[in-house]
Design a protein around this ligand. Structure first.
Ligand SMILES: [Zn+2]
Length: 430
């Protein structure tokens, strides 16, 4: 009997020593395997997509991993909205002098209204404008002169037409749109040098792109912005001129569609039905209107298996007269597997900020308002959190490596003391 107890004791002792040994080995693997990755972190770029709360309207500011910046629409022509955007840039992008890209998706005032003021303060090197002429009396849209000038080689700067159709079919005569168009072409100074903005007439034809038109897509070293729409040269609904585009970085995809409605969405769905989209952030079309974000579109651009993780953004004003977002649109998303808590509204949450960035191991994740959107399970997460803790010590404190090792040693001493104490207790009982 005594022999048996002794053998059990020996086994327990061996187990304890083995556990401590494994703990030490794991801790050191965990600690040192992270050191290599800290180098990756230092080199990685961060993508930021800011959806600003501009009341009823749209405004997004994107900061690319290579430092380039883009503004997509700029809300309405109200002082409160313009002040909001300028203050936001001042606070969040204090070094910004100009945008690399500005997009006005379509001619509605809640998209182009604030852009004139924004471009006066922060001009854009390249501006994407709708395929619509500003026809305010006494104003000549510069695109008309370009269209008639055969010497202009870049066809992206011209209005586009279809055989037999006149360019004058597409017109808008509001002051807001005219002011934006006039401002878009204004030269400005970069480092003391005069720069004339390149104003591109938006055209999303990828498959049937005319030979004389180069791609309008923005291709960075490790990110891309691909324009899929507009696909028609003219639309009966002004909203349908909106650019549909996807921003991609490190496998994370953001879907933008301005105020595109049924016709534009249907064209998109038919044209790209064979494409493999996998959207992570879906901005609802037309402020969450029931007439946008059709089931066909949602099913094409999102994967069913991960819809419970996809974040949706609805840019709308509190108590707006259109009653955006419409309940039918929200219900459509929920019935397709999206979670209600992931339908994020600017009227309820204010500004919504996404980031794609690498953790200490060099793995990229999507963050929403500072919260990591994670696939990891509980134990995986706990292990990664512990690893992150040691790595942040290593990175952020001058003696980080010694502190990390000291913490591991303290941990081992405590564990050993606890085991010895429990053994002593057992011996006393005997
Ligand atoms: Zn709108």
């Amino acid at each position: 009997m005594l022999k048996y107890v002794k053998r059990v004791d020996l086994m327990k002792k061996t187990k304890s020593i083995l556990s401590i040994f494994i703990a030490i080995v794991l801790s050191f693997i965990c600690l040192f395997s992270s050191f290599d990755n800290t180098v990756i972190l230092a080199q990685s770029g961060v993508l930021e997509a800011h959806f600003l709360d501009v009341g009823q309207g749209d405004c997004a500011i994107i900061s690319m991993p290579d430092g380039k910046t883009m503004i997509v629409d700029a809300g309405d022509n109200k002082n409160s909205v313009k002040d909001k955007i300028l203050d936001y840039i001042d606070t969040n992008f204090p070094k910004l002098e100009y945008f690399d890209f500005a997009i006005v998706t379509h001619t509605d005032a809640d998209h182009c209204g604030g852009m004139t003021t924004v471009l006066q303060e922060y001009p854009a090197k390249t501006v994407y404008r709708p395929n619509v002429i500003a026809t305010r009396s006494g104003f000549i849209d510069p695109v008309i002169a370009i269209s008639q000038d055969d010497a202009v080689l870049d066809d992206n700067l011209k209005l586009w037409t279809e055989t037999g159709a006149g360019v004058n079919d597409n017109q808008k005569d509001t002051l807001a749109y005219k002011n934006f168009i006039a401002q878009a072409y204004e030269p400005f100074l970069i480092d003391g040098e005069n720069h004339t903005p390149q104003v591109i007439v938006s055209d999303g034809r990828i498959k049937h792109r005319p030979k004389n038109k180069s791609s309008q897509d923005i291709i960075g070293e490790d990110y891309s912005i691909i324009f899929y729409s507009p696909l028609s040269y003219t639309y009966s609904d002004p909203n349908d001129y909106s650019n549909i585009f996807i921003l991609e970085y490190q496998g994370f995809e953001f879907f933008f569609s301005g105020d595109a409605e049924a016709q534009a969405e249907q064209e998109f769905a038919e044209e790209y039905s064979d494409y493999d989209f996998d959207i992570d952030v879906f901005k609802l079309g037309h402020h969450g209107s029931r007439t946008s974000s059709s089931q066909e579109l949602i099913e094409l651009v999102t994967k069913q298996s991960k819809r419970d993780k996809i974040r949706c953004v609805i840019s709308c004003g509190e108590g707006n007269s259109y009653k955006h977002p419409h309940q039918e649109a929200l219900d459509r998303f929920i019935s397709l597997g999206f979670l209600e808590e992931n339908l994020l509204r600017t009227d309820q949450l204010g500004d919504i900020v996404f980031e794609v960035k690498a953790d200490s191991r060099g793995n990229y994740s999507l963050y929403c308002n500072g919260q990591k959107i994670s696939d990891d399970d509980f134990w995986q997460k706990l292990f990664l959190d512990i690893q992150e803790f040691f790595v942040s010590f290593y990175n952020e404190t001058p003696q980080g490596v010694y502190l990390s090792i000291a913490i591991i040693i303290i941990f081992i001493i405590i564990a050993t003391a606890l085991i010895i104490k429990s053994r002593q207790n057992k011996n006393t009982k005997k």
